[in-house]
Design a protein around this ligand. Structure first.
Ligand code: GDD
Ligand code: MN
Length: 385
């Protein structure tokens, strides 16, 4: 489903997409309440982009303030076509806005940048030139190579968070992010040809801020080049990033990491293992309270099941929850998880009694079989594809 948008072409009645000549650049700028910055941004872009590089600017706006009007005013003194795409129903936050911009971009090169001038506009031609020079599909403006820095990233706390997030992300996607020192950067140039297939297939599922990560992992643009840049102070207003954005980022990471069936199965298993903890804690609590251990086992198991259900809902099948009501999903999930227990005992008895296996390998095999069965059943019976 594409979000409802209200397109507003300025000085370009035919739409920039049809007019942009090859080699040109579309600058995509996501905006959320940036009325004080957009004028200065257009002004600096005008100064920075040489006239031989034809340029259009597409703002994708989710603002609740007068940002669209501010853009319209500033666009009157701007030599290149400026489009404001105001989203009535913002989907996917910053990343969703950028994907909307990619869909509308008409040039061979697309540069994505912030509106608050933390990304220096005079680097736009350099990013495109670097891409042409090295025949790259993606050019990342990086804070982490020689000549770059994150001067404008205020506070030791934000720097520590940023460093940890970068490290974790690179560890999770060693191949997709190879050659990219700054996967968290929101400033980059990408060839339109590298993203069109994914964009038209609706295969991009950005969630929040890390759109470069999404594009690098799902579109695999190659080769990759990097250009250093100094992350500037914010020009006006304040950052729109919140603690909620951090949670969104973790969900985004989980979604990206579990997009293949094998990865999903591994994640399912790891989540299952973490379920032992609430299970054992509950068992301990009930038995110390004087409950007989057998009924306590059964009740405690439900704590593990609930824990697993919550994690799986939030991290693994986030995109596939829509098909059934949550109570229905929980019911089916719990049924499968408990059936797993009931099934395992006769299965072990079968392996030992009929096939003459030793108890330990029989138990191992039974665990594996019921795990595979439960994964397959959860995928198909709880979360339809
Ligand atoms: N359309 C839209 N919708 N735009 C948004 C939204 C949204 O929900 N949220 C933020 N933006 C816009 C802002 O208006 C701004 O132009 C840009 O996205 C970046 O938002 P900031 O709030 O200024 O982000 P930041 O400075 O904290 O983070 C920047 O630097 C990080 C690196 O430290 C971004 O570039 C991040 O992507 C980057 O990781
Ligand atoms: Mn910013």
């Amino acid at each position: 489903t594409t979000p409802r948008t209200e397109a507003d072409e300025l000085g370009d009645p035919l739409g920039a997409a049809q007019l942009a000549p090859p080699g040109a650049v579309t600058v995509v700028v996501p905006t959320f309440n940036e009325s004080e910055s957009v004028g200065e941004l257009l002004h600096r872009l005008t100064e920075s982009v040489p006239s031989r590089l034809s340029c259009e600017v597409v703002f994708v706006d989710d603002s609740t303030d007068g940002t669209p009007e501010a853009i319209r005013n500033a666009a009157q003194d701007c030599p290149f076509p400026v489009t404001v795409l105001h989203r009535e129903t913002p989907v996917g936050g910053l990343g969703g806005a950028v994907v909307e911009g990619l869909r509308r971009a008409g040039s061979d090169w697309i540069v994505v940048m912030d509106a608050d001038l933390q990304h220096p506009p005079d680097l736009v031609p350099e990013l495109v030139a670097a891409g042409e020079r090295s025949n790259a599909d993606l050019v990342v403006a990086s804070r982490y190579i020689r000549g770059g820095s994150r001067q404008g990233l205020a506070g030791g706390y934000r720097i520590a968070v940023s460093r940890t997030a970068t490290w974790l992300t690179k560890a999770l996607f060693p191949r997709g992010l190879s050659g990219i020192s700054d996967p968290m950067s929101g400033f980059f140039a990408i060839r339109r040809s590298a993203v069109t297939t994914m964009v038209t297939a609706g295969a991009l599922k950005p969630l929040g801020y890390k759109i470069l990560l999404e594009l690098a992992v799902r579109c695999r643009p190659r080769p990759v080049a990097e250009v250093p840049f100094v992350f500037q102070e914010r020009y006006a207003g304040e950052s729109k990033s919140t603690a909620r954005e951090g949670l969104r980022f973790l969900k985004h990471l989980a979604g990206l990491r579990t997009s293949s069936p094998l990865a999903r199965m591994v994640a399912f298993g790891v989540i299952g293992l973490t379920g032992f903890l609430p299970n054992l804690l509950a068992l301990h609590a009930f038995t110390t309270a004087g409950m007989h251990y057998l009924p306590a086992e059964v009740v405690a198991n439900q704590f593990g099941v609930l824990w697993n259900f919550l994690l799986i809902e939030m991290l693994l099948f986030r995109d596939r929850r829509g098909h059934r009501r949550w109570a229905d999903r929980l019911g089916r999930f719990a049924l499968l998880a408990n059936a797993d227990l009931v099934l395992r005992i006769p299965l072990i008895a079968l392996l030992v009694g009929w096939l003459g296996m030793a108890v330990l390998p029989a138990t191992g095999l039974a665990l594996l079989l019921t795990f595979l069965l439960r994964f397959a059943a959860t995928e198909t019976l709880v979360y339809l594809p």
